[in-house]
Design a protein around this ligand. Sequence first.
Ligand SMILES: CC(C)(COP(=O)(O)OP(=O)(O)OC[C@H]1O[C@@H](n2cnc3c(N)ncnc32)[C@H](O)[C@@H]1OP(=O)(O)O)[C@@H](O)C(=O)NCCC(=O)NCCS
Length: 197
Amino acid sequence: MRWRARARRRPDRVTAMKGRTPVVTGAVSIRPLAAADAVAYKALRDEALRTAPDAFTSDYESSVGRDASEYVARFGALESGQFFLGAFDATGQLIGCLGCEREQRTKQRHCAVVVGMMVAPRAQRQGIGQQLIADCVEAARRVPGLTQLVLTVTASNTHVVQLYERAGFRAWGLLPNAIVVDGVGFDKLHMVRVLHH
Ligand SMILES: CC(C)(COP(=O)(O)OP(=O)(O)OC[C@H]1O[C@@H](n2cnc3c(N)ncnc32)[C@H](O)[C@@H]1OP(=O)(O)O)[C@@H](O)C(=O)NCCC(=O)NCCS
């Protein structure tokens, strides 16, 4: 199933943007990624891993050499609970994404893990991340038997934590020193979002 959603535009922010230059103009559409999007997805992902290394558990050096086709298995149908959503600008360029990976074991199939939230630097602070997580929650709510979403976020990235809290996630634990980047340890906050069907 393919669907489109228009990212919540905030015209006041697009024109004023607190002094920042608006770089994404026109409608933003959000839809599930498909095999044909793999190359664009890899480019967006590699750039995010390179520019925000403390935000992700994967690292740029191990990822940049991977073939784009390796990611296609992530792009399932919405109803499977195994999908990636992509945000596209008016020219059709991929500018953001977010994944949902349903647990496969019987006792965990009611859970899915939200992964790989990223928005291209030029498109940030325009509401796209917030719309991606809102659409993910909405899609997950429609998956039969899926009752909760979980994720981890680097605790010091408080703006990202707040973004998830706004989408209904709540923190339930903290893993100290969960990832080490260039010798520096970062704690990961564990969050859960109960889905009401
Ligand atoms: C996190 C990320 C996906 C957010 O995407 P985005 O499209 O910029 O987010 P939004 O525009 O929807 O922001 C929603 C709110 O989050 C907060 N926020 C987002 N980015 C922020 C920033 N750099 N500084 C402060 N607050 C920020 C703000 O409260 C914002 O609302 P506001 O603009 O009305 O103040 C993006 O910053 C990104 O790709 N970061 C690098 C990778 C990353 O950290 N991924 C998360 C992994 S868990």
